[in-house]
Write a protein that binds this ligand. Structure first.
Ligand code: GDP
Ligand code: MG
Length: 163
């Protein structure tokens, strides 16, 4: 069976852009508009000779503000449950948010293999700007740029190595 990788993280960190980059498809809808990815979204990808499944998450209805948090939590939990490894995506430019802390706490509790991915890191030097993400207690921060493709391959190698 192919290993399953789930992309989780708060809205707008670049999960769908990363999904497209990994699956080399235009399947996931990427936009500044929130709420377009309505449900979990599956794709197939390959790294060298290894096939794996990728799950994108992040669907919610922009109007249904009350249900947003619950729906996102539900999706994240289902995707994480199905995954062999989780790519927890944060925004290197925006920095840490309360939602990042909540998701990190959830992932630490589960103890599922997890790679902390700092997206939008193009043109950034490692160090200062990424240091705060170590607060999440999930180990090494892996900088990538989903939009430019930087760091994505080595991040995937890291994610797939233990599974
Ligand atoms: P999602 O809500 O987590 O799925 O985020 P999206 O993939 O829809 O991306 C949200 C926004 O971030 C879009 O405007 C993307 O173009 C932008 N974005 C995604 N990846 C990168 C990146 O690597 N660098 C920069 N600068 N912007 C990015
Ligand atoms: Mg999305």
């Amino acid at each position: 069976f192919a290993p399953v990788i789930a992309l989780v993280g708060r809205p707008n960190v670049g999960k769908s852009t990363l999904f497209n980059r990994i699956t080399k498809s235009r399947d996931a809808i990427v936009a500044d508009l929130p709420g377009l990815t309505r449900d979990r979204h599956y794709g197939q990808a390959r790294l060298a000779r290894r096939s794996f499944i990728v799950i994108d998450t992040g669907g919610f209805e922009p109007e249904a503000s009350e249900g947003i948090a619950r729906e996102m939590a539900r999706q994240t939990q289902q995707a994480v449950a199905e995954a062999d490894v989780v790519l927890f995506v944060v925004d290197a430019r925006a920095g840490l948010s309360a939602q990042d802390h909540d998701i990190a706490a959830y992932l630490r509790r589960l103890g599922k293999p997890c790679v902390l991915v700092a997206n939008k890191a193009e043109g950034m030097r490692e160090g200062a700007q990424l240091a705060e993400f170590y607060e999440l207690g999930l180990g090494e921060v892996v900088p990538v740029s989903a939009a430019h493709g930087q760091g994505v391959r080595s991040m995937l190698e890291r994610a797939l190595a233990p599974i």
